[in-house]
Write a protein that binds this ligand. Sequence first.
Ligand SMILES: [Zn+2]
Ligand SMILES: [Zn+2]
Ligand SMILES: [Zn+2]
Length: 443
Amino acid sequence: MISRLHDPDYDRWACQIKRTGGCRQPIHLRGKVEHYDQATGHLLHRYSTSIEPNGILRVPCKTRRASRCPACAEVYRADTYQLVRAGLVGGKGVPETVSSHPCLFVTLTAPSFGVVHARREKNGKVLPCHPRRDAQTCPHGRAMSCTDHHSADDPQLGEPLCPECYDYDGSVLFNAISPELWRRFTLALRRRFARLNGLTVKALREHAGIAFAKVAEYQRRGVVHFHAVIRLDGPDGPNSPPPPWATTEALTDAVDHAATAVTAQIKTLERTFRWGTQLDIRCITMDGDLTEQAVAGYVAKYATKAAECTGTLDRRIQPLDNLDALPIRDHARRLIGACMRLGSQPSLAELRLTHWAHMLGFRGHFSTKSRRYSTTLGELRAAREEHMRTEDFSTGRLPLFKEDTVLVVAHWQYAGQGLSIGEQFLAAALTGVRLPTISGDPR
Ligand SMILES: [Zn+2]
Ligand SMILES: [Zn+2]
Ligand SMILES: [Zn+2]
């Protein structure tokens, strides 16, 4: 910390750190950018990292995971919020009339893989977990009953009453196949909606479209479920109104049907997977219980979380890792163990369970949307970078060129990542973000 403070380049370093917005693990880049006049070939401007402290430019890591970098995850969360919100009320190139389109907020859950400890509430009162007067005893001698009133932070929540009885294989296989199950759900939904209105899927496209934005969330038991915004449009996406017969009721019917009907198989194991029976379909309205803002906030919140909330590791499991020695709860260890064991079977190779063991088998994207839902994260980022560049112009860092007459030649090299512990203290003071808990872990 002291050497950084006394460095003659300190001001420049501090400026870089401020621009990363408090990123905990900035990427170090070495390289240069040259701007040439396309007509004459004259070099107009050159920027090289050789003028930067240690010859390095520090840029934000842009992770979406709050456990890795709260500052960048916050940017991602805010972008996701804007993206979901634009699809509900308009903005970012989406017309405001979109708010009159029928729109549902749907939660698709996973089936049960065994009884787990749960916190149940009714009228603000916590109910007993899983009370059974004449509880059966499982083959491992455990009574299948729990009369505890679990607190919200009870680490037992989501853990099975009997780990030996729990279907760990089923749980990680469901996570692995859930993106396919989602894909089939969207196809079945379109098919059903078309048929309800006496059309083929192809003919439907000429009258109406169905747009999605979805986010995956891990439940405490370590299995993913999906929250989705499902909206009806006209043939030209959010820019056109849906026909009068494309109603909320018809959409609800189609969602209900598709969620119950679709299956996905793992042929080599002769196992068929489907959604759980807890299907939640709610109407999104401007003034009702479930407002656009609430939905956008909800989806964005889950976009920055991953499996670590279920007590697994925030990094890939290495082949040499000693599973027994990892600092995780037994339930997560068994889920990871199931991934490692199933992942070593050649017939399941394509599920890449070993690679995604730390995600408990899920290898899908956390937030996805259909092409016509609203704007994209890329466009939002480009808009922000454009804004940063305008700032650069006004601070004299880059000269103002006409875009189409300039040839940009850039050459960048990855030169590492992160901040030393001393630098972390300085960065926290400069950007006002929370300091990470410093542990013995060198990552
Ligand atoms: Zn970051
Ligand atoms: Zn319990
Ligand atoms: Zn048992």
